[in-house]
Design a protein around this ligand. Structure first.
Ligand code: ADP
Ligand code: MG
Length: 292
């Protein structure tokens, strides 16, 4: 490779909002035939808002929200931020959590006012002894609209569900359509629930998706695609995406995302707008043309 053409490409990228950290990523992007994309914070804005709060029989909804928010204060997850913001809007008085523990891709646990509180996916709270089935039908209806549903368990009983909705980024559908038109296969991978994932994939015209994927499986899926002979780019924003970004032929982080993602990726889309993927792809093509 001619260093000059690469330097020009890197410079043009910077002006177009594409920060190239690894010149090889710029060289390889041209040959990419498969794009794996994370959902939350990558295809969506990553700033969900609480859109529904439904308590189990006999539980005051605001009590469940207060306990959940007190615990989620210690979490950096966007879902946590939505729950805390909603509690603050209602002026609920939050407590200091104890024994806080986060399980990436699952949820959080801890003690609030001496009570054992867990907030997370249905599977996550069920694994901790709470049965969310009384809230399951309502949860499913909310997911079909594209919302993410988490459950609040208090002292081992399902106390409430919380739905958060995260708007799809402006221009995301157009960017994916442009890449698909260039023959790229797009696969969405998310830790989120299957129904929510399906609703978002449909809105974006994405045919292939994997849901309920824990962080280590994202990286494994990429290794598998590479073994199948595919040249794989991965776009993501989260700590949980870092291993997958590192495993891909081309890792692309959202500049709005975590440092862990940015440090694991060969390129960063500074504003996190997906049109940057199309610009980066075109830049890679132009750069390789100049080299040849
Ligand atoms: P994504 O791949 O969409 O970015 P994550 O892997 O971060 O999603 O999380 C997957 C799921 O784990 C969430 O949809 C939620 O059910 C649960 N979860 C993770 N962290 C939290 C948290 N702090 N509070 C509540 N639920 C959480
Ligand atoms: Mg994410």
């Amino acid at each position: 490779a001619t260093p000059m053409a690469i330097m020009v490409g890197v410079g043009e990228g910077a002006r177009a909002g594409v920060l190239v950290r690894d010149a090889e990523a710029l060289e390889r992007f041209e040959a990419v035939d498969t794009l794996v994309v994370d959902k939350t914070g990558t295809l969506t804005e990553g700033k969900p808002r609480l859109t529904a709060l439904e308590a189990a029989q006999g539980v005051p909804a605001d009590d469940a929200l207060r306990l959940a928010a007190s615990l989620e204060r210690s979490s950096e997850h966007p879902i946590a931020a939505a729950i805390v913001a909603a509690a603050r809007r209602k002026r609920l008085k939050l407590s200091e959590p104890a024994d806080f523990q986060a399980f990436p891709g699952g949820g959080v646990v801890g003690r609030v006012d001496g009570r054992a509180v867990a907030v997370g996916s249905g599977v996550f709270v069920a694994e901790r002894g709470a049965d969310p089935s009384a809230l399951a039908a309502r949860a499913e209806a909310l997911r079909r609209e594209g919302a993410t549903v988490v459950f609040v368990a208090v002292d081992g009983a399902a106390a409430a569900l919380i739905a958060v909705s995260d708007p799809i980024k402006a221009g995301a559908a157009e960017a994916l359509a442009a890449l698909a038109a260039q023959g790229m296969r797009v696969v969405m991978m998310t830790g989120d629930n299957r129904s929510t994932a399906a609703a978002v994939a449909e809105k974006l015209g994405i045919a292939a998706f994997e849901a309920e994927t824990p962080p280590e499986r994202k990286a494994e899926a990429i290794a598998r695609l590479k073994r199948e002979g595919r040249v794989v780019a991965m776009a993501g924003d989260g700590v949980n995406d870092a291993p997958a970004l590192a495993a891909a032929d081309v890792g692309i982080a959202m500049g709005t995302g975590t440092d862990a993602a940015i440090e694991s990726a060969g390129m960063t889309l500074i504003k996190g707008d997906l049109a940057g993927l199309v610009r980066a792809r075109n830049l890679s093509k132009a750069t390789m043309r100049n080299i040849r």
